[in-house]
Design a protein around this ligand. Structure first.
Ligand code: DC
Length: 235
């Protein structure tokens, strides 16, 4: 197995759902011309295929077999990132609310986390990687040159998610969504394996009341400052 190249810079963006981290990660990556890793999509695709194959979140043998054989690919298209699992386009089912809930349940199992670790580290490809998720700065890329933890109040995150879903014809209620987000947050924060927590060297940005452009400007300023420091320390 090829060793990940530690010289390739990684930027980690972690945080709970609804903080805009996926949007920030892809815009930052296109600003820098770097690759992206949407680790949530990896967990979502894995959980989707496990459920399709009737593998339960605690079935160690079934999960180990799936980790060995599953083929998950991310394909950049004009319409956005497509997720393919074992040759099938699973983008829509994986991106659903059920997809997120299922991913969070499977993600509690340390076997699954360990099994997906190497796949994530293999995405560290030149010229650089912007990785978003829950444990990018704490576990997957602890040597990231910049770690941002995006946060926002639970009600604001639920409202943002509700607005996004409404555009896609979502028929649920804001209250229902708030409850689901709170449950998923608690599950992600309280699990024993790689819980959602800012790395000790992460910069925590509260995005409540801020638009995406404002957050993006703050993040880009932090990157530029950190890249300058990297350049000077290399001289
Ligand atoms: O970022 P997302 O909403 O697509 O993630 C879906 C779920 O996957 C999230 O609730 C928990 C899990 N996940 C994780 O445990 N670790 C990651 N690095 C990314 C996602």
């Amino acid at each position: 197995m090829s060793k990940p190249n530690q010289n390739i810079l990684v930027m980690a963006i972690d945080g709970p759902s609804g903080t805009g981290k996926g949007t920030i990660a892809s815009r930052v990556a296109s600003h820098l011309g770097w690759h992206t890793l949407d680790s949530g999509a990896l967990y979502r695709a894995f959980a989707h295929v496990a459920a399709e194959n009737d593998i339960s979140p605690n079935d160690a043998l079934g999960l180990e077999e799936l980790i060995r054989t599953i083929d998950i690919a991310f394909i950049q298209t004009n319409a956005g990132l497509k997720i393919s699992a074992d040759g099938k386009d699973v983008t829509d089912c994986v991106r659903s609310e059920i997809g997120g809930k299922r991913a969070s349940i499977f993600a509690k199992n340390p076997l699954v986390r360990q099994g997906l670790l190497e796949r994530q580290r293999r995405m560290r490809i030149a010229p650089g990687l912007v990785a978003d998720g829950r444990d990018m700065g704490t576990v997957v890329f602890p040597d990231a040159f910049l770690k941002i933890f995006l946060d926002a109040s639970a009600s604001i995150r639920a409202q943002r998610r509700y607005n996004q879903l409404k555009e896609k014809g979502f028929s649920g209620t804001l209250r229902g969504l708030e409850k689901e987000i709170a449950e998923r947050d608690a599950q992600d924060r309280n699990r024993s394996a790689s819980p959602l927590i800012p790395a000790s060297d992460a910069i925590v940005l509260d995005t409540s009341g801020k638009g995406i452009v404002e957050v993006l400007n703050e993040v880009v300023a932090l990157i530029e400052e950190r890249l300058l420091e990297e350049r000077f320390s290399a001289d």
